[in-house]
Design a protein around this ligand. Structure first.
Ligand code: TYD
Length: 204
């Protein structure tokens, strides 16, 4: 049986490490795992990264449209086919990121719930959203160590993003809050504690 697992969190939450650890663990159990990332490396995803790094900055509506276009393609060409094959999809970011990040631009005039609603007709609901939550300062410290620095990473914005994730977690039953300020091994253990029960009756 297929499983759709999504990692979410502010920048520097440690998603990529946890994706790798979880994928290896599931593969060790003989499951076929499809790792996906949004924004993708398709045309819309590339445009988003390019404009975030090198400008000129995207308008709020333009940015939302690109994330939605990127996601529609990802859902149709990657997510749905993998789930139909009974694979485990582990995806780094999904529409909860759009709902957490894009409403931080007031000119968009949309709440996180409004952005979720834009997906209700076509985006499959994950079996679990593994929300790696940690204080903004801790996330930014990790991002800075990585040497990254783009328009997405300013502190006040990250704070608003975290608050939006908190609101989304409160109203989305499949959200699992994980304390990502712990060492990576402890985070991985908490992720596994959330995922393992979902495997019962879900053999490939
Ligand atoms: P990326 O370099 O992939 O960041 P990370 O490694 O932290 O995931 O850039 C993705 C950035 O795009 C990240 O800051 C979050 C943001 N984002 C949105 O604003 N909306 C979205 O819908 C998605 C998927 C990402």
């Amino acid at each position: 049986m297929s499983l759709f697992l999504v990692f979410e969190g502010i920048d520097g939450a440690g998603k990529s490490t946890q994706v790798e650890t979880l994928a290896a663990r599931l593969e060790g159990l003989g499951r076929v795992v499809r790792r996906l990332v949004e924004p993708t490396d398709g045309p819309a995803g590339r445009e988003i990264r390019q404009r975030a790094r090198h400008g000129p900055p995207l308008g709020a509506q333009e940015e939302l449209d690109l994330f939605l276009r990127d996601r529609r393609t990802n859902v149709e060409t990657n997510v749905r086919p993998a789930l139909a094959q009974g694979e485990v999809v582990i995806q780094d970011r999904y529409y909860f990121s759009t709902a957490a990040y894009q409403p931080t631009r007031p000119e968009l005039g949309l709440s996180p719930a409004d952005v979720v609603a834009l997906h209700s007709e076509w985006a499959p609901l994950p079996d679990a959203v593994l929300w790696l939550d940690l204080p903004v300062e801790a996330g930014l410290a990790r991002v800075e160590r990585r040497g990254a620095g783009d328009a997405f990473e300013r502190e006040d914005r990250q704070r608003a993003v975290r608050e939006n994730f908190q609101a989304l977690a409160a109203e989305t039953p499949c959200f699992v809050a994980i304390d990502a300020s712990q060492p990576a091994e402890a985070v991985a253990a908490a992720v596994w504690a959330a995922v393992e029960p979902l495997l019962a009756g879900s053999t490939s």
